[in-house]
Design a protein around this ligand. Sequence first.
Ligand code: ZN
Length: 318
Amino acid sequence: MTAGLLGATLGAVCSQEEKHSSDEVAKEKSGAVVHKARGSGRWFPGSRKQLEADVKRYIEEAKPPKVDGRIVATIAPHAGYRFSGPVAGYTFRALADQAAAGNKPDVVVILGFSHSIAFPGVSLMEGDGIETPLGVAALDSETGRKLTNLSSRLFFKYALHRDEHSAENEIPFVQAALPGVKIVVGVFGEHDPRNLETVTELAKALNELAKTRNVLVVASTDMRHNADYDLVAKTDAVTLKAIEAMDEQAMVKQGVEADGVCGIMPVLTVMRFAALQGCKKAVTLRYRNSGDDYPESRGNWVVGYGAVAFAVEKQAWR
Ligand SMILES: [Zn+2]
């Protein structure tokens, strides 16, 4: 990558981050523990006014195809908002429309992964809330505890969320599309899709949770990263086909052989969870890559972004 292009494409490089030293945890006067979103001013605008305007526009301008049934899980990208925000808008427009029709979840479980640290299992963010420029999103610690009680591979540890943007970048979209809905934020420390024990346990735990709570799961991932625009477009088309068909084997192959998505474990988890819920086929709501919108990135650095919904036949939650 040339130095000149670095600035233009930084937001598209999902593994690239700056280090900030600001406090990540603030104790409020009430004793509540509220984390500070670390992506403000980096991955998304740091001012409330700008972030609100951008996210609203991404959601309002999105025109997702009609999805039959009730969406129980989704996929959304997590790059810098000016690159992937318009695609994420499709995911969250579908969820906002569903909520407006009376189907609002009790809790949104956001699944990201650590771009920088490897560890066994999935770390959930403990505490009472996380503050973005749009306000404090309440963390549903009771639901988080239910999950950690269901599997020893799921545990609370905020330190493993520090400086990780994959899950955090979905939070302002949840705040805008589903205001007031509590969240659980998890990051995977595993990246090898040939070992699916944690995916299996998490999907089972989410399915168990869904017996008593109306659960919506958001998997955070970007798609192929490569200099070659055609290769990115071609790989992502194959990956989206595997996701749509909910073909786990094909998806593992895309993860291992084609480097198809950075968030392979979150994606496999929502595929499993959706299947347990009764979903038969996923719907791609939108696909773009950074080479479509920033042609100068072709030949230098191109990243694919997909918005996907998994729905079940049953129209309404309880
Ligand atoms: Zn990524």
